[in-house]
Design a protein around this ligand. Structure first.
Ligand SMILES: Nc1ncnc2c1ncn2[C@@H]1O[C@H](COP(=O)(O)OP(=O)(O)OP(=O)(O)O)[C@@H](O)[C@H]1O
Ligand SMILES: [Mg+2]
Length: 258
């Protein structure tokens, strides 16, 4: 309940946080990033900043490049980042090898949720905490995810879609996370479950974690978010407050088909 407390898990090793220490430096930024799937040029010069603890809705029509942008930021193998800079708390993410971004606190929860079948809920959580740097303890996770307490001994693949999404987010929190990237977390879920996940994401924000959420359910994402980015053909078409998008019918028609 009282969640507005620590910013970083106390693992005692986090003394060297932001390198630059410049106060004006954004918490997260990508600067003119370009990424390719093979020859296909998809992320075409995207730039934006994100403030600490902000929830950003990353929106756009099908194929606009939302998933590709999240994957580029998370430094997955594909799409391949060919140009541009990405910084998290002053750390140069673009200079890391693929799959190293997670060590800096960037965690992507992909659309397919990727819980580990054959393991129980609790085993999924324990496995996420197997290597340093770890994040929330099991106790802390269970305080925020009461449904997972009920399901702790259940095999993960037998959970409902909503519960699997909760487990996927919980697994991310079990790591030492600074920036949470969510790809379509509400997909296929009933409104009551979407509501529960919204509550959890609000608590995650209060705990000091920054989130970028991609959602087809743009209205739900905008109601949760502080700000919005709209992508169109691999470029940023709009950057502003979430309220501006909710209020601007033309913008919604043009880029979100709402
Ligand atoms: N593995 C891939 N190889 C080649 N092109 C790809 C690949 N994945 C996506 N694309 C292309 O990149 C573009 C952007 O796709 P992306 O999945 O990032 O869009 P999106 O905004 O997430 O769309 P959606 O709302 O449908 O999830 C599309 O034209 C898509 O066809
Ligand atoms: Mg997508």
């Amino acid at each position: 309940m009282t969640t507005a407390n620590i910013k970083e898990p106390a693992d005692g090793q986090q003394s060297g946080s932001a390198t630059g220490a410049g106060q004006s430096e954004p918490f997260f930024s990508c600067r003119d990033i370009h990424a390719y799937y093979g020859e296909s040029y998809i992320v075409q010069g995207i730039s934006f900043d994100v403030a600490e603890r902000e929830i950003v809705a990353l929106l756009g029509r099908n194929g606009a490049g939302k998933t590709s942008t999240l994957r580029t930021i998370a430094r997955t193998e594909e799409p391949m980042l060919k140009a541009g800079e990405i910084y998290l708390r002053g750390e140069a993410i673009h200079e890391l090898g693929t799959y190293q971004a997670a060590r800096t606190g960037i965690q992507l929860v992909p659309e397919d949720r990727r819980v580990i079948p054959g393991l129980t809920v609790e085993e999924n959580l324990l496995l996420a905490r197997i290597a340093e740097p770890v994040g929330w303890s099991l106790d802390r996770i269970y305080r925020h995810f009461p449904r997972l307490v009920e399901r702790r001994s259940q095999e993960a693949s037998t959970l409902s879609g909503g519960e699997q999404q909760m487990l996927a987010v919980a697994r991310a929190l079990a790591r030492d996370i600074k920036l949470l990237l969510l790809d379509e977390p509400y997909e296929g879920l009933a409104p009551v479950i979407v509501y529960e996940i919204e509550q959890i994401l609000q608590e995650v924000k209060e705990a000091g974690i920054t989130t970028i959420i991609v959602e087809q359910n743009a209205i739900a994402a905008l109601k949760l978010a502080d700000s919005a980015i709209i992508l169109d053909s691999g470029e940023v078409a709009f950057r502003g407050s979430a309220q501006e998008v909710l209020d601007n019918e033309d913008l919604r028609h043009e880029y979100l088909a709402l």
